[in-house]
Design a protein around this ligand. Structure first.
Ligand code: ADP
Length: 514
């Protein structure tokens, strides 16, 4: 086993990986940019190395610096986390050339799966159903027009090098195609340095269901079941859960087998995710149809929900597999127990179009208690930098069934208090009260529909007398009090609770926000 691992990342995922290293008796070496000097991942690591200024292009995205630090620290292996360089095959290649083990798939498998069109071909060859669409990148707008007409509108233009929902445009009619083509190309060029696009049939209101896989270096591959990630905003996941409310043992077996076949066809090893879109279909033998979407060649943000229902530690598994250990489980050893749900907590103002809100955290109350896990990296006094992804933490709750997991999530959201900056915690409270969400009737457009809804207009006069909306006034007062205390409340609270919180803040000497 390795003695030391370099973690080429920051934030919550760096903390997550350090925790796995600590439990395995492996030294964890961190890297940090100038603004991350006092980040929790640096404080928790056994050793830490400065790699440059705040912009990630000068620090976390510099392969040369990371390799140089790994050498200097004498780390035998490097964990990329997710984001930054995690899916750039140049990193595993540079590691290999320097005799450092990359904790992830080979550069070749990553390269193959990183191209969405190539991955679609691999999936089709493996006999998996693929979202109907083009096999190759589009050569021109005219070709896009022909392909779209053949597929039938609506269609989705997607970036071949895509990720994070970038370079994607839904096109409803032929008249919209030219503008969408131009916009998607320039967005893809800016985001990935590669403007190439391809076309897929746009599936209306699908579910996003993905399968976690694990593969060792000796040809064994298994799957750990699914995560439902349909709750998205702008094609980015916000809430994930396992099991999926649509899942049956038969559908899981079918999707799991398809995922393993795709991974095998792509020469995939270590941890990875095969994403699918799922549609209910009365006529289908399993009650649902599923279509391959893409492969994520890395650990995913939402991996904890799988950990909670399978009892496995995915980061430890990744490390063992990278060290060459054979998989310790056969497919039949994997058991799923209970239900897990995750919310991604961002420094974003959900009331203001999810605008990023970095800044200093003046107060932090993390939820705890039965079935609650928080994977985060922020602390009171930490200044959330504006240079990076505004993810602060992931709140993950487990219950014996979905109803208990949901009740715990609701309870945990009520306990969660992040002061000084705006977060999307209030948004989750609203989402959790949605009837469709409670019933598990999820689709990838649910959040967008919810955000599009205008609040119902209340009557302003009854029989000529002005109506004062007491609830609105109370809510406004609570917000104002909270704002002056530098607090953003996770949920509307009663007056006496608010008074108690204010008294507690006064005792702690937290002054008003400046
Ligand atoms: P990215 O790699 O940018 O995240 P994905 O291919 O994984 O892109 O798709 C992200 C999300 O976009 C999906 O979860 C789904 O909500 C939506 N999406 C992608 N392809 C389609 C499609 N053909 N039809 C409907 N929705 C789609």
């Amino acid at each position: 086993m390795f003695r030391k691992i370099l973690i080429a990342n920051r934030g919550e995922i760096a903390v997550r990986i350090i925790r796995a290293c600590r439990e395995m008796g492996i030294r964890a070496a961190a890297v940090y940019s100038d603004v991350d000097r006092a980040s929790e991942h640096v404080l928790l690591a056994d050793e830490a190395y400065a790699i440059g200024p705040a912009p990630s292009t000068e620090s976390y995205l510099r392969i040369d610096k990371l390799i140089e630090v790994a050498r200097r620290a004498q780390a035998e292996a490097l964990h990329p986390g997710y984001g930054f360089l995690a899916e750039n095959p140049a990193l595993p290649r540079a590691c290999r050339e320097s005799g450092i083990v990359f904790i992830g798939p080979s550069a070749e498998a990553m390269e193959l799966m990183g191209s969405k069109t190539a991955a679609r071909e691999v999936a089709a060859r493996a006999g998996a159903p693929v979202v109907p669409g083009a096999k190759e990148a589009l050569g021109s707008l005219a070709e896009a027009g022909e392909r779209a007409a053949a597929l039938g509108y609506p269609v989705l233009l997607k970036a071949v090098a895509g990720g994070g929902g970038k370079g994607m445009r839904r096109v409803e009619t032929p008249a919209e195609l030219a503008a969408a083509f131009r916009d998607a190309r320039s967005e893809a060029e800016n985001a990935f340095g590669d403007a190439s696009l391809y076309l897929e049939k746009y599936l209306e209101r699908p579910r996003h269901v993905e399968i976690q896989i694990l593969g060792d270096l000796h040809g064994h591959l298994i799957h750990l079941g699914e995560r439902e990630c349909s709750l998205q905003r702008r094609h980015q996941k916000l809430v994930e859960e396992s099991p999926s409310p649509v899942m049956t043992a038969e559908l899981r077996a079918a999707m799991g087998e398809a995922a393993v076949r795709i991974a095998r066809a792509g020469g995939y090893t270590n941890a990875g995710t095969i994403e699918f879109l799922v549609k209910r279909s009365e006529g289908a033998p399993l009650g649902c149809e599923f279509f391959f979407l893409e492969v994520n060649a890395r650990l995913q943000v939402e991996h904890p929900v799988t950990e909670l229902v399978t009892g496995l530690d995915l980061v430890k598994e990744q490390i063992r597999l990278a060290a060459g250990e054979p998989l310790a489980y056969r497919q039949e050893d994997i058991q799923w127990r209970g239900h897990a749900l995750e919310c991604r907590v961002y420094a974003e103002d959900a009331e203001n179009n999810f605008f990023p809100c970095p800044g200093r955290i003046t107060r932090l109350e993390r939820p705890a208690g039965p079935g609650v896990r928080v994977d985060g990296y922020v602390y009171e006094g930490w200044n959330v930098p504006l240079e990076y992804d505004p993810l602060l933490a992931k709140l993950i709750c487990w219950g014996n069934d979905r109803a208990e997991a949901l009740a715990r999530l609701r309870r945990a959201l009520d306990e969660y208090l992040i002061g000084g900056i705006q977060t999307n915690l209030p948004f989750f409270r609203r989402l959790l009260d949605r009837a469709e969400f409670v019933r598990g009737e999820l689709d990838t457009e649910l959040i967008e529909r919810m955000l599009d809804e205008k609040p119902a207009a209340a009557p302003s006069r009854i029989f000529g007398t002005p109506v004062v909306d007491a609830a609105a006034v109370a809510a406004a007062l609570t917000e104002v009090t909270a704002a002056t205390n530098g607090l953003r409340l996770a949920a509307p609270v009663s007056r006496w609770k608010q008074a108690a919180r204010e008294a507690a803040l006064r005792r702690l000497g937290s002054g008003p926000r400046r």
